[in-house]
Design a protein around this ligand. Structure first.
Ligand SMILES: [Ca+2]
Ligand SMILES: [Ca+2]
Length: 268
C-alpha cells in the first residue's frame, strides 16, 4: 500500500543556486609515448601529480606523432576530468602511440555522480569510427553504474588507463594500446582524435535525467520506478537510480528524499 500520493506535488519557481564542483584530483600515474619502429623522437614520461599529464611522440622518418593529456577543471557546475589527444602515422608500416605507462589515479574525496561524454574517433579503413579510449575502474572507491555512461562514485580512488594510437592498416598489432583498439576487427587505424570527459557533480538524488534540475520529468521517472518497486524487477532502470537509500526497493522512504530535492528544484 502506498502511503503518499504521488500526484500532490507542484512545481516551484527556480532558485538561483550555482552548482559547486566536486573535490577530485589526479594523484599519481604517468603517460608515455611508444612507436614501432623505435621512436626517433620521444618526450619523457610526465607525472600527474600536478593534476596534469602529457604524452610522448614518435616521428622523424616514420611520420607519426601522438600525445595525450589528462586534466581536471571546473566548468558548468561540474568537475571535469578531461582526456584529449591525437595520433597520426603515415609510414607504410609501424605505429605511433601515447598511453598510460602507469595508471592515472583519480582521488575523489566526496561522493559524486558521474557522466561520461566520449567523442573520440579514429579512421578504420578510411571510415571515421567511434571508439572508447579509456578504462575507468575502482581502486578503493566504488562505482555504482546506472548505465554505460552514468552512475555514482563513492569517496576513494579510481584508476584511469587510456591509449591514443595510429597505424597503417593490417601491418602491425600495437599490443601496448590494444586494450582500446582491439574493438576494431583490424590492426590499423589513423587520424585518431580522443575527446573523453568524466563530469563529476555533487549527488542530486532525484535528478534522474541528469539535467541538474529535479522537476516533473524526474517525477515521471520516479513514479515509474515507484510502481515497479523492486530494484531487481523487470523494467527497473539499470543501477536502480531511484533507490536513493540503497535498500533495494523504490518506496516511500525514497519518495521522501525525492520531495526534498524536488522542493529545491536546482541541484546543489
Ligand atoms: Ca532532472
Ligand atoms: Ca529505497
Amino acid at each position: 500500500m502506498k502511503l503518499v500520493s504521488l500526484v500532490a506535488l507542484c512545481l516551484l519557481p527556480a532558485s538561483s543556486g550555482v552548482a559547486a564542483p566536486v573535490a577530485a584530483t589526479l594523484t599519481s600515474g604517468s603517460v608515455t609515448g611508444a612507436g614501432f619502429p623505435e621512436p626517433l623522437v620521444q618526450q619523457p614520461k610526465v607525472s600527474t601529480t600536478t593534476k596534469r599529464s602529457g604524452g610522448g611522440s614518435t616521428g622523424g622518418g616514420f611520420g607519426g606523432t601522438a600525445s595525450a593529456f589528462l586534466d581536471v577543471g571546473n566548468s558548468g557546475g561540474a568537475t571535469n576530468v578531461a582526456l584529449t589527444g591525437t595520433a597520426t602515422h603515415t609510414n607504410e608500416f609501424g605505429y605511433t602511440a601515447a598511453y598510460t605507462d602507469a595508471a592515472v589515479v583519480l582521488t575523489v574525496t566526496e561522493a559524486a555522480t558521474y557522466a561520461i561524454t566520449n567523442l573520440s574517433t579514429t579512421k578504420v579503413n578510411n571510415v571515421s569510427t567511434a571508439f572508447n579510449p579509456v578504462t575507468l575502474e575502482s581502486a578503493t572507491g566504488f562505482i555504482n553504474a546506472f548505465s554505460a555512461t552514468r552512475g555514482e562514485l563513492s569517496p576513494g580512488t579510481y584508476r584511469l588507463r587510456f591509449g591514443v594510437a595510429a597505424a597503417q592498416p593490417f601491418t602491425f598489432s600495437f599490443s601496448l594500446v590494444s586494450t582500446w583498439y582491439n574493438q576494431f576487427n583490424t590492426t590499423g587505424c589513423k587520424d585518431t582524435s580522443v575527446n573523453w570527459t568524466l563530469a563529476l557533480r555533487k549527488p542530486c538524488h532525484g535528478d534522474l535525467n541528469f539535467d541538474t534540475l529535479v522537476d516533473d520529468a524526474d517525477f515521471q521517472s520516479f513514479a515509474r520506478a515507484y510502481d515497479i518497486l523492486g530494484c531487481a524487477q523487470p523494467g527497473m532502470p539499470q543501477g536502480c537510480p531511484a533507490d536513493f537509500n540503497n535498500d533495494g526497493v523504490v518506496d516511500d522512504f525514497d519518495f521522501q528524499m525525492f520531495v526534498v530535492s524536488y522542493n529545491e528544484l536546482v541541484c546543489p
